[in-house]
Write a protein that binds this ligand. Structure first.
Ligand SMILES: *Cc1c(COP(=O)(O)O)cnc(C)c1O
Length: 405
């Protein structure tokens, strides 16, 4: 077997399809978000504006977060020093788990090293522990949920995205006696649409199913205290499990679930992805704790983010650019071709110092390639004007499509 050739061919195929991924080498500048320095292949530095960060509220540079992290570093050192079970449980982990349970109004919460791991570990464990469990999974669910459901080995049914009729049809067909789990997200991060959570909970009640909600793109940003869409809609208590990340709006790193005491205890006791890995650095836990506490009592970041998103949507529409309908802070522009998508993104970065990553397959279905903007409280009128003007130039001189689809 010519191993080298297999790998080279695999990369060649990805290149041919126009979806070879090139990471932008950037240094974010604390105190100046969304400004950053970009290093090109020749290591030349240039100042750019980031328009695709998931640090949605700029908490990654918030003074309270940084102070807490500096203090924890000086107090406890760099790492946790072990798995949670073997000397790695730091007092910051305990405080953070209490805070997270409280934020979501649940009995208990459990930390993981990332949101990805929290989904993978929890879903694989739950669906394995319930004998004969059937999982109902939204077609647009994140890769980490799909991975968890797959590795549980449970029977699974995919319902069409946000389609209540299809979900009900599948639930009705399933064995009434079997345990059931409905797994879905609140804000879907590529289209920016939002699940009908209450209606899904109604179906769960009717068919005796548990519910698992990924609020990764909503925690910190929605609800009076940043508890997510479930908090905003007053339905948090109807969900069996709420999952979130500490790496996006909270600006740090890590993932978690919040649920009943016993369910959390089962995951803590059985999930391989929780047990056999070094605990999150206490420095990260301290930063996340400060970030959550701040966003529970401050609404200004959330308000400014929504205003910024509304402003960008209306300016794009005014400029006759193909902005896709979105019910959230996420603002996608339709391109529909992977090669053009990459070209537009490259031109924005190289010629205008505007960074927005092309979103191609497999992150989104083929033919729906797009640019995905995440405006936040720190994108001001100056950055907005520069963006609209650059996009208008590029659309004009490459005669790109103005319509979505
Ligand atoms: C980013 C993301 C995750 C993973 O969270 P990380 O903390 O980045 O690992 C999980 N679910 C969804 C929907 C995401 O977009």
């Amino acid at each position: 077997m010519d191993y080298k050739k297999v790998f080279a061919d695999a990369i060649e195929t990805i290149r041919d399809e126009g979806r070879y991924r090139v990471f932008a080498d950037i240094q974010r500048l604390k105190g100046e978000f969304p400004r950053a320095t970009r290093f090109d292949a020749g290591d030349n530095a240039r100042s750019i504006t980031v328009w695709c960060s998931n640090d949605y509220l700029g908490m990654g540079q918030h003074p309270k977060v940084l102070t807490a992290m500096h203090a924890a570093l000086d107090e406890t050192g760099a790492g946790a020093g072990g798995t949670r079970n073997i000397s790695g449980t730091n007092h910051y982990h305990v405080l953070l788990e209490k805070e997270l349970a409280d934020l979501h109004n649940k009995e208990s919460a459990l930390l993981f090293t990332s949101g990805y791991i929290s989904n993978e570990a929890t879903l694989s464990t739950l669906a394995k522990i319930l004998p004969g469990c059937i999982v109902f999974s939204d077609a647009m669910n994140h890769a980490s949920m799909i991975q968890g459901i797959r590795s549980s080995g449970a029977e699974r049914h995919i319902f069409r995205h946000n389609d209540l009729d299809h979900l009900e049809e599948l639930l009705a067909k399933a064995d009434p006696g079997a345990p059931k789990l409905i797994a879905f997200e609140s804000v879907y991060s590529m289209d920016g649409d939002i699940a009908p959570i209450a209606e899904i909970c109604d179906l769960a009640d009717q068919y005796g199913a548990m519910t698992y909600l990924d609020e990764v793109h909503a925690v910190g940003m929605y609800g009076q205290q940043g508890g997510g869409i479930a908090e905003r809609e007053g339905v948090a208590d109807r969900l069996t499990v709420i999952e979130g990340t500490l790496g996006k709006a909270f600006g740090v790193m890590g993932g978690y679930i919040a649920s009943s005491k016993d369910l959390v205890d089962v995951v803590r006791s059985c999930a391989s992805g929780f047990i056999f890995t070094t605990a999150l650095s206490p420095v990260l836990a301290a930063g996340a704790l400060a970030s959550i506490k701040h966003l529970r009592s401050s609404n200004s970041e959330r308000v400014l983010q929504q205003e910024s998103a509304d402003e960008l949507k209306s300016r794009l529409a005014l400029a006759n650019l193909p902005v896709m309908v979105s019910a959230s802070h996420i603002v996608p522009i339709f391109i529909g071709d992977p090669v053009i998508c990459k070209q537009v993104s490259d031109r924005l970065l190289d010629e205008y110092g505007i960074y927005v990553q092309p979103i191609n397959y497999p992150t989104v279905p083929r033919g729906t390639e797009r640019l995905r903007f995440t405006p936040g409280p720190l994108h001001g009128p100056k950055e907005l004007d520069a963006l609209i003007s650059a996009l208008s130039d590029i659309w004009e001189d490459t005669r790109l499509k103005r319509a979505v689809g």
